[in-house]
Design a protein around this ligand. Structure first.
Ligand code: LLP
Length: 420
């Protein structure tokens, strides 16, 4: 029988195989969770989220840097309960649309701790952000400056950052690389200089600093320093927002740098390149939530032809990452971990690309088995959809053996709730 030790760091912290040989997350038995909440379901270990949030905060203090904000990138898991938990832990929040702004306010974030991003925001989104008192608006392009300058605003100038595209890309999937010169995001160094000059003359916008975000799922920290050097060449500012991007572990062999090392590296580079006394922001998404979440499925069918196809009750409607980025996930049967039946874990959707895990090894999978795919906390719920009329799964928080539904499962009636 598998032991607690056999669970890798891909699973939420403190997950274990209990004495009944079943996976436990946040002290809750996965078979029981499937029975109580149905499948597919997103299961989140609440303590894991808190531990990672605190790791970021502690890392700044440990690095001797006290003027900072850890800003949760809500897009990674834009669920009000997750956002409220991070607000409670003292984080700020990065929002990238009127929708995420709405959720962040609802989750209880102080508007002054919000950072508003986007490469194609409308007048009304910007207006909403300014009216809500968003702490920082990140300027992505010259049209943003025109738009913000036109907004009718009484009182104080709106603090803004300029997003700089440093021409340095992190090593990651092309679809989530953003630092390269030919990018839809931000302004290259020459354009950033022009924007800095323009903003110096603005009586409505107050340029307080620079922003960069060079990519996501980065496992090597080297590009950060090179990108920060480009920002350093643009002059001295009170505030630097260095984005997110720290990778998560999807397979046991993945060893992303620890949060402590990531923050220490940024703090050291910032003091060398920007000088002392700067306010530093980071915007982690994935590294806060990916490994806190798992998805439970139930096997519906097992078909053998050239391969063995294990069909489950979800798929590309609850996790698009394998299809979009070729992302790899682990899979296990929650009460028979391990095993050596080579199979493909497929979703229920009407296309061959709906493959959740290629070449999984499971213990003789059978219909009715509950399966888990760990590390689905980031960008799973976020990119969920109703393809094939599949209702989106619930979100369940687990802590010390208590399970709490924080988002209910969509109903069939929800599927036509917007019909007129
Ligand atoms: N800041 C900005 C401006 C961003 O655009 C992003 C992510 C983050 C922070 C957070 O990055 P993180 O720490 O999560 O790497 N859907 C893709 C990921 C897209 C990332 C978009 N921007 C995926 O599933 O891999």
């Amino acid at each position: 029988m598998a032991t607690a030790q056999s669970l890798s760091h891909v699973f939420p912290q403190a997950s274990r195989v209990n004495p009944h040989g079943r996976l436990e997350v946040g002290g809750c038995d996965a078979v029981e969770l499937a029975r109580e909440f149905g499948t597919p379901a997103y299961i989140v270990a609440e303590d894991d989220l808190r531990t990672r949030a605190r790791a970021y905060l502690d890392a700044f203090r440990a690095a001797g840097h006290h003027d900072f904000q850890v800003t949760y990138a809500a897009k990674a898991f834009p669920c009000t309960a997750v956002m409220a938990l991070f607000a409670e832990e003292g984080l700020g929040c990065d929002v990238a649309s009127a929708g995420e702004l709405h959720l962040a306010l609802r989750a209880g974030f102080d508007p002054g701790r919000l950072v508003f991003h986007g490469n194609a925001r409308s007048d009304s989104e910007l207006d909403r952000a300014v009216s809500a008192g968003v702490g920082l608006i990140v300027i992505d392009n010259f049209d943003d400056i025109d738009r913000l300058d036109r907004l009718d605003r009484r009182g104080a100038r709106q603090p803004v950052l300029i997003r700089v595209t440093p021409g340095v890309a992190g090593a990651t999937h092309a679809k989530i690389s953003t630092g390269q010169a030919d990018s839809k995001f931000g302004l290259g160094p020459a354009d950033a200089r022009r924007a800095i000059e323009r903003l110096a003359g603005s009586d409505r916008l107050e340029l307080v600093g620079l922003h960069m975000h060079i990519g996501s799922q980065l496992l090597d920290l080297t590009p950060y320093r090179a990108a920060m050097a480009v920002l350093g060449d643009l002059g001295r500012f009170p505030v630097y927002d260095l984005g997110g991007g720290l990778g998560a572990a999807y397979a046991p062999a993945d060893r992303p740098p620890p949060i402590e090392d990531f923050v220490a590296a940024l703090v050291a580079a910032a003091s060398a390149l920007f000088g002392p006394g700067r306010r530093l922001l980071v915007e982690p998404g994935r590294s806060l939530v990916a490994n806190a979440g798992v998805t439970l499925y139930t096997v519906q069918t097992v078909k053998r032809n050239v391969s063995t196809w294990v069909g489950v009750d979800g798929g590309m409607s609850d996790n698009l990452r394998p299809m979009l980025y070729g992302a790899h996930y682990e899979a296990e049967i929650v009460d028979r971990l391990g095993g050596d039946t080579l199979c493909h874990l497929t979703g229920k959707h009407c296309e061959s690309g709906d493959l959740i895990v290629r070449d999984a090894r499971l213990d003789d999978p059978r219909p009715g088995d509950v399966l888990v795919t760990p590390a689905t906390g980031a960008y799973g719920y976020a990119m969920a959809n109703n393809y094939n009329g599949v209702p989106r799964p619930p979100v369940v928080f687990c802590r010390d053996g208590d399970a709490r539904l924080v988002v209910r499962r969509e109903t069939l009636d929800d599927l036509h709730a917007r019909d007129l």
